[in-house]
Design a protein around this ligand. Structure first.
Ligand code: TYM
Length: 333
């Protein structure tokens, strides 16, 4: 039975990159009806770098509100907070013993985040991808929708599954398929077309936050970096124009079109015309989500209740898979 798992860190607000690269596609896969879908706030991953405890709590609930406001339905999907389903961390430990130091050291996200001072990074940050593999494989998930930046972690997840199966002589963990699709698998900074849009960028103007109001969204798009040329009429014309390409990709993803469909309509336009249209589209799509998030945040008791229910549903899947894993490994119990 095909099963989808994906997660987002509650380590700050949601960006348009998270929305278009991940959440919007989670909603599509949920509504497609072909999959059982499990979506997760990965709080254990978030604390691989320092999180203020009160902020972590707030961000976790706000992320849950963001999922629901974007269309994740607790009736159709299992929505959970990672630490409330202990099998993630338990399988994570087993995978710490399967994964190799060399594999972890090659992860570009580790290198970027640890920077020059790896000695000072947490051990959890180094082991991060093994816990991520556990998140996925503790459900025997077959499909994982993510943005482009998670591709290497998903390849490692396959390596861990394969090594476990090989070492223990079993065919137990599936080789998971990454699902990296659509026009917005890598949304770039609005200030620099060579940098990913990120919640950790010091410049707030570089990103659209899901909690930005209509004026802020419009202003950020108006000020987004571009080049002086008119828009081309087909995708090939966006080559070597990273900022232009980014804005067209965003338009396409928000409007559920391909890049070529968008360019068939807007090719020849100057940015002075295209940017207001993009701003209008972004506000129309995003403002209802931020309004609904704020409404949901008025009743965190309700959010906590949904997460408790999600954890219960999740454990019906994860507990038997962990039990079987322990048996395979040779643990008495
Ligand atoms: P995180 O929290 O950094 O990002 C969550 C999701 O958003 C996508 N994303 C983007 N997509 C397009 N353009 C961008 N600028 C952009 N920025 C972020 C990410 O690719 C991701 O899909 N390691 C994961 C969390 C995780 C996970 C998992 C994911 C933990 N366990 C298991 C899948 C399965 C992360 O840090 O995502």
């Amino acid at each position: 039975h095909p099963r989808v798992f994906s997660g987002i860190q509650p380590s700050g607000g949601l960006t348009l990159g998270n929305y278009l690269g991940a959440i919007k596609r989670f909603v599509d896969m949920q509504n497609q009806g072909d999959f059982e879908t499990v979506y997760c706030m990965v709080d254990l991953h978030a604390i691989t770098v320092w999180q203020d405890p009160a902020d972590l709590k707030r961000n976790t609930r706000e992320l849950a509100a963001g999922f629901i406001a974007s269309g994740i339905s607790p009736e159709k999907s299992i929505l959970i907070n990672q630490s409330q389903v202990p099998e993630h961390a338990q399988l994570g430990w087993i995978f710490n013993c399967v994964a190799r130091m060399g594999w972890m050291g090659r992860m570009t996200q580790w290198k970027d985040k640890a920077g020059k001072n790896a000695e000072a990074a947490s051990l959890g940050l180094f082991g991060y991808p093994a816990l991520m593999a556990a998140d996925i494989l503790v459900y025997h998930a077959t499909h994982v929708p993510v943005g482009e930046d998670q591709k290497q972690h998903l390849e490692l997840t396959r390596d861990i599954a394969a090594k476990f199966n090989h070492d223990y002589g079993v065919d137990f963990f599936p080789l998971t398929e990454p699902v990296i699709e659509g026009a917005a698998t890598r949304v770039m900074s609005l200030r620099d077309g060579s940098k990913k849009m990120s919640k950790s960028d010091p410049s707030d103007a570089s990103r659209i936050n899901m909690t930005d109001d209509a004026d802020t969204i419009a202003k950020k798009i108006r000020k987004a970096k571009t080049d002086p040329d008119a828009l081309p009429s087909e995708a090939a014309g966006l080559k070597d124009r990273p900022e232009a390409r980014n804005l067209v990709n965003i338009y396409a993803a928000l409007n559920e079109q391909t890049v070529d469909q968008v360019l068939a309509d807007v090719g020849g336009q100057q940015f002075g015309t295209f940017k207001p249209a993009l701003a209008e589209l972004a506000v129309a799509k995003l403002a209802p989500i931020s309004t609904e998030m704020a409404r949901l945040m008025d009743d965190v008791g309700e959010i906590d209740k949904l997460l408790a229910k999600g954890a219960e549903q999740a454990r019906e899947i994860t507990a038997p898979i962990l039990k079987k894993t322990y048996e395979i490994v040779g643990m008495v119990g």
